[in-house]
Design a protein around this ligand. Structure first.
Ligand SMILES: [Fe+2]
Ligand SMILES: [Fe+2]
Length: 295
């Protein structure tokens, strides 16, 4: 039997990655791969990239690698270089060493495991690292995304930070969930191990959850200066870690819908009423109600 571990969306959280590494020492998979978003949305991007480089684990490129490379190379609107809204991105791009920048520049968009040519790994979908697959993805979209796949093949993705297992027309679709910043309400570091006995047997997918020292990571937010210097983004990411649910995107959508300034004052206002267990659908409904009330 071949066992392949896939870790995605580490998001600059070395504490979570280290706990998964300890778990992998017990599990002893035959191959270990990374599903992208090694960096971004966290303060330990350089340490995470260096750890992965030292292990020799192959990776695919997430949208956050692209995003921080754009900041590093200043392929961004000029005002983003000074606007406080982008301070966390500037902080994270500046934190990466030139070795880490070189490493993430050279990460491919997709790959297949050396030990399992029937499996295809990419960050978001086969056509974009900014598009996610989840339990909500309509069959029509799954059909488009798997058009090039043969029966018995497995598509492995990350990006949504929510683990899922789908079977679409004989193709297995696995979302690994997130090591460093899960959004499924479970704060533990999450990854998958794929077990394949032979080409004719469907792959068995094992979703793993590993406890890590989250308090130490939250303390690192403070000690590293990321919380104080990263402005609204760091403040909202801190909440995401506590709740294991999204805060940053809901806040930005809320501010846009209600015509609010994007600043620390409105972040505080948002945190007062936001229930992180609301689904996006429920949240948008609430925004519409607030807009109707003129709040
Ligand atoms: Fe991500
Ligand atoms: Fe992503």
């Amino acid at each position: 039997m071949t066992r392949i571990a896939i870790l995605s969306d580490i998001h600059a959280n070395l504490f979570a990655l280290d706990a998964v590494y300890q778990d992998l020492q017990q599990q002893q998979p035959d191959e270990i791969l990374i599903g992208g978003d090694l960096v971004g949305r966290g303060p330990q991007g350089d340490a995470v990239v260096q750890f992965i480089k030292e292990q020799g684990w192959r990776s695919v490129k997430g949208n956050h690698e692209d995003y921080l490379l754009n900041f590093h190379h200043r392929r961004i609107p000029t005002d983003w270089l000074t606007d406080p809204v982008w301070s966390a991105s500037r902080w994270m791009a500046a934190e990466l060493s030139s070795e880490s920048i070189d490493f993430i520049e050279n990460i491919p968009f997709s790959l297949r495991p050396n030990l399992d040519p029937m499996t295809f790994l990419t960050h978001g979908t086969p056509r974009s690292n900014q598009e996610g697959i989840g339990s909500w993805t309509p069959a029509e979209q799954l059909s488009e995304l798997t058009a090039e796949f043969a029966q018995g093949e497995t598509l492995v993705v990350g990006h949504t930070h929510r683990p899922v297992l789908l079977d679409y027309a004989g193709i297995t679709i696995v979302n690994t969930g997130s090591v460093g910043l899960p959004f499924n309400g479970d704060w533990r570091a999450q990854y998958v191990i794929l077990n394949r006995t032979d080409d004719n047997t469907p792959q068995e997918v094992e979703f793993r959850q590993v406890e890590y020292d989250r308090d130490a990571f939250l303390q690192h937010y403070k000690d590293s200066g990321f919380l104080a210097e990263g402005g609204i983004t760091s403040a909202l990411l801190y909440q995401e870690l506590l709740c294991a649910r999204p805060f940053l995107v809901p806040y930005l959508r809320w501010a846009e819908a209600l015509g609010k300034n994007v600043d620390m004052l409105t972040v505080e206002e948002f945190l007062e009423f936001y229930d992180c267990n609301l689904s996006m659908e429920e949240l948008f409904k609430l925004f519409h109600e607030l807009v109707a009330l003129g709040k």
